[in-house]
Each structure stands twice: as C-alpha cells, then as structure tokens.
Design a protein around this ligand. Structure first.
Ligand SMILES: Nc1ncnc2c1ncn2[C@@H]1O[C@H](COP(=O)(O)OP(=O)(O)OP(=O)(O)O)[C@@H](O)[C@H]1O
Ligand SMILES: [Mg+2]
Length: 268
C-alpha cells in the first residue's frame, strides 16, 4: 500500500534570477494505492510524472508532505535507511533503464537477489529473463541489446524480487505489440498474484485503461482521477487539494555488501 499525503517538491531553478528561483515540481499531491492494485499516471511531458515516481521510490525527498509504504513512513527515514527499504520492498523501472553497462543481462537481474542474499540467484534471475523473452540474451551486455530488450531486462531486474511496490516509467515505451503484451501481463500478474502495488507512468492508452485507476498530472498537480468500473472498495484513490491537483528516473541505487561486491565494483 502506498499513501501520499500533500506531497510538494520545490527546487531551485538552475540559472534563474532571484525572483524566479523557486520551481514547484510537485504541488500538494495526495493519493492512495492499495496492495494488489494497479494505477496508471498519465499527463503531458514535463508534468511531473517521473518526479512523482522518484518520490515514491525514495530517491528524492519532498519539501513537504509524507509518503507511507506498507506502514513505513519513508519520508521520515535517512537516505541510507530509505535505500535499504527500497532494496527490499520497491522495484523501479527507469525511463532510461539505468542498466549497469559492465554487467551482462543475467548479472543485472541477479544483482538485487545477491544484495539481499536470496538463494538460487542465477536460477531465479534466468527464469525472470525467460519470462520477459530474453532467455537467449543472458550473457549479452546492455550495449549489445536493442532498446526494447534493455527495457525488458530492466523490468526483469525491477521485478525479480517480487517487491511490494513496482514503479515503472513508460514500461512499454520501446516495445512492439507482442512484447508489450508480455510486459503488461507480467506487471498485472505481480499485482494480482503476488499482491504488489503497481504504479505505471504511461502514454499507452490501452495499458492505462486496464489499470484499476488512472490519475492525470498537469503542472505538478493531480488534475483528474478515474477508476475502472470493476474497482472494488480497496480501489486506489487520489484526492484533489484546494486547487485541483496531481508524477520518476535515477540511477539504480547500489548498496554495498559482501555477496555482490564483485558485481558492484563493475557498476559505472
Ligand atoms: N532535479 C530537478 N531540478 C530542476 N527541475 C527539475 C528536476 N527534476 C525535474 N525537473 C523539472 O520538473 C518538471 C517535471 O519533470 P518530470 O521528469 O517529472 O516530467 P515527466 O512528466 O516525467 O515528463 P516526460 O513525460 O517528458 O518524461 C520538468 O519541467 C523538469 O524540467
Ligand atoms: Mg518522465
């Protein structure tokens, strides 16, 4: 379960004059995404969709407001504690993938498992890569993968731990219809079969329409919220603050620890 309460994020605009320095990227955003449900975040370029995902992933700290994930107020945690929480509970697919270039597809997907000391890392990672149609690309490096293959590898890495929260920024952006269906099925099965809260940023109308809820962002605000007709009592919600209101990418956080240190050393 993800709960956002009045999230505002202000930054100093680069190279701005004193009067126009403050830039509000997220403006009073509140929403709830229960476990075992899916939410699509839509909206024009620059409206704050990626920023919202960064916040929920604990990669940025808001200027005001709180974020609670499965009972843990992540906005109250130190950066290290947030990274630890993220490693165990959150899977992120970045808009720009952020695969470790010096690692093979298999090593990229094994990394979260090794960092968590999960058993059978190679077997589990191989199965997930097979599930996204990359069983024949295990030993390829990111530079040897197509855009869609990189995207599927990133998705395999983000979901290999079956995390409580999956955040995906344009997960089908580079994919053909067949692979898009493959990825969509995987994301929806994580929600339905493993109970994950899945939040997708997407421009794909049919993908959005299949989610339990759709929220629209504009100028950092949540401006619109639609629920699927099938949504039950625990459906996702988003509340509109005083004005109407409205969401992610950054390098994969790389915690340090023994089992994976030989891999970490190769991340650039
Ligand atoms: N660290 C930052 N410092 C200053 N401005 C930022 C920062 N991060 C994002 N922005 C600005 O915040 C706005 C929202 O950016 P964001 O990446 O969240 O948009 P988006 O909705 O994901 O767009 P797209 O659909 O193009 O990916 C943009 O105007 C961007 O320039
Ligand atoms: Mg974006």
């Amino acid at each position: 379960m993800i709960e956002l309460q009045d999230i505002t994020w202000r930054v100093d605009a680069p190279h701005a004059s004193a009067e126009s320095r403050g830039l509000t990227i997220l403006d009073n955003v509140s929403m709830t995404l229960p476990e075992a449900s899916t939410m699509a975040v839509v909206g024009p370029s620059g409206s704050g969709k990626t920023s919202l995902m960064m916040m929920i992933g604990g990669l940025e700290q808001p200027s005001a407001g709180s974020i609670v994930i499965n009972g843990q107020t992540i906005t109250a945690l130190s950066e290290d504690a947030r990274a630890d929480f993220r490693r165990h509970h959150i899977g992120i697919v970045f808009q720009a993938f952020h695969l470790a270039p010096a690692m093979s597809a298999l090593e990229n997907v094994m990394l979260p498992l090794l960092l968590s000391h999960a058993p059978n890392a190679e077997k589990v990672a191989t199965q997930r890569l097979e599930q996204v149609g990359l069983g024949h690309r295990l030993r390829h490096f990111p530079s040897q993968l197509s855009g869609g293959e990189k995207q599927r590898c990133a998705l395999a890495r983000a979901t290999v731990m079956s995390p409580a929260v999956v955040l995906a920024d344009e997960p089908t952006g580079n994919l053909d219809d067949e692979n898009s269906t493959l990825i969509t099925d995987l994301l929806f099965s994580l929600a339905r079969e493993e109970g994950s809260s899945v939040l997708l940023v997407t421009h794909d109308a049919s993908l959005a329409a299949n989610c339990d809820a759709i929220v629209t962002m504009r100028d950092g605000r949540l401006t619109q919220h639609a629920e699927a007709a099938s949504a039950g009592p625990s459906a996702p919600t988003a509340s509109m603050p005083t004005s109407m209101s409205t969401s992610m990418s950054a390098p994969m956080p790389v915690p340090s620890d023994g089992a994976a240190s030989h891999l970490e050393g190769r991340i650039q």
